[in-house]
Design a protein around this ligand. Structure first.
Ligand code: PMP
Length: 401
């Protein structure tokens, strides 16, 4: 089946329902007048300033996001991408703690730069170069394929925290700079830890004074529903938050919100030529205002629950679906072979292709590449969600046949 087509002068272009947002960057949808107007207005005033000078849009955005973040005494530094944001968090925590060792999570993804690739716990993304960072990988709270998966929530989180404690206590080469985690893993396939997970892990980290860095490049700014940051669902206050992607609705943006004492360790490195650029700042301010004025966190929660309910109904009649998980509009559907529960990789590719041919764009993730990622913009309507569910239902049926 071909996606619906639209005639644009002499060529016909397919129209897609975009439920992946170019890797979760299109946060509030395409063609939003408030965002376009803000970008246009700024572009006629000034295009560039660098982080050498404070400009009004930068200060406004820093104040807005700091006020919405669960970080004590927050300070903000802007860069251009998620990789740079995480790299900056490594710079400040390694400097503050005088250590080049970090703890990351299995299945985590943090970027494509030297340090962030090292901290990425997915083999397919590994690099051959030696890294300046030493990385130890902790349990990511993913139940479906975990050896601790049969335990109840409390016992499961206690087992993960015990493993972390043993890891810290048996490390022979000194302290750790930080513990970095995505509250819900993105590229790793939307592994969604149980509610007590980060509190249990953070209690261990606090004993050893290891800062928690919450990488919110995918989960930030309301996507997970109800709160601004994914980590808030876990009732934990991190020492630093990294962000990027959706904040400027697709324009380049990135940054770190960190406790002042940590951020102070950055003074020698506090230059980014295009970081905090006026156009991205204008877009970021407009995105936050748009999310607030349209109560989009509530919409993300509401439509997210609707999508998860619909996907679970599809799962009841199709054994190709092993697990449906997520929060708000970060929804993962893990596809498995019937009986063995082995990752159904070929079938995942079939679902993606079938959905696309019917006019629906979704993503793929997971360390085995067998997880569908369903991440519509926060403006998604119930009618659009129903259309997507209908397309996903038929695509999954075809792939499982
Ligand atoms: N952290 C996370 C959690 C991400 O998902 C990504 C990008 N997928 C990054 C960091 C890196 O961001 P960027 O691609 O903007 O460098």
């Amino acid at each position: 089946m071909q996606p619906p087509v639209r005639r644009v002068t002499h060529i016909e272009l397919p129209i897609y329902l975009d439920f992946f947002g170019g890797l979760l960057a299109t946060m509030v949808g395409h063609d939003i007048p408030e965002i376009t107007d803000a970008i246009q207005a700024q572009s006629s005033k000034m295009l560039h300033s660098s982080t050498l000078y404070l400009i009004r849009t930068q200060v406004e955005l820093a104040e807005k996001i700091a006020a919405r973040s669960p970080v004590d005494n927050p300070r903000v530094f802007f860069v251009n991408s998620g990789s740079e944001a995480v790299e900056t968090a490594f710079l400040l925590t390694t400097a503050a703690r005088r250590s080049n060792q970090v703890i990351a999570l299995r299945g985590g993804y943090h970027g494509r730069s030297f340090g962030t690739v090292a901290a990425t716990g997915i083999r397919g993304w590994s690099a051959t170069s030696l890294s300046p960072l030493q990385v130890t990988y902790a349990h990511n709270g993913y139940r479906y394929r975990s050896p601790f998966g049969h335990l109840d929530d409390n016992a499961f989180t206690a087992a993960c925290a015990d493993e972390l404690r043993t890891m810290i206590e048996t490390a022979t080469s000194g302290d750790f700079a930080c513990f970095i985690a995505e509250p819900i893993q993105g590229a790793g396939g939307f592994a969604t830890p149980p509610g007590g997970f980060f509190a249990a892990m953070n209690a261990v980290l606090a004993e050893y004074e290891i800062p928690l860095v919450s990488d919110e490049v995918q989960s930030g700014w309301g996507r997970t529903g109800r709160s601004y940051l994914g980590i808030e669902h876990y009732g934990v206050r991190p020492q630093a938050i990294t962000f990027a992607k959706g904040l400027a609705n697709g324009l380049s943006i990135g940054g770190v919100i960190a406790e002042e004492s940590l951020m102070n360790s950055l003074t020698a490195n506090s230059i980014s030529t295009a970081g905090g650029n006026p156009i991205s700042m204008a877009a970021g301010n407009a995105v936050i205002d748009f999310i607030d004025s349209h109560d989009l966190q509530h919409n993300a929660d509401d439509i997210g629950r609707h999508l998860i309910r619909g996907l679970k109904l599809i799962a009841e009649r199709n054994p190709l679906i092993g697990d449906v998980r997520g929060s708000g509009l970060m929804i993962g559907v893990e596809l498995v072979e019937h009986g063995t529960k082995n990752p159904a990789v070929a079938e995942t590719n079939t679902v993606l292709a079938e959905a696309r041919s019917r006019g629906l764009l979704i993503g793929r993730g997971g360390i085995h590449g067998n997880v569908l990622r369903v991440t519509p913009p926060m403006t998604v309507t119930r009618a659009e969600a129903d259309e997507a569910l209908q397309i996903l239902g038929s695509s999954i049926e075809i792939a499982g046949a």
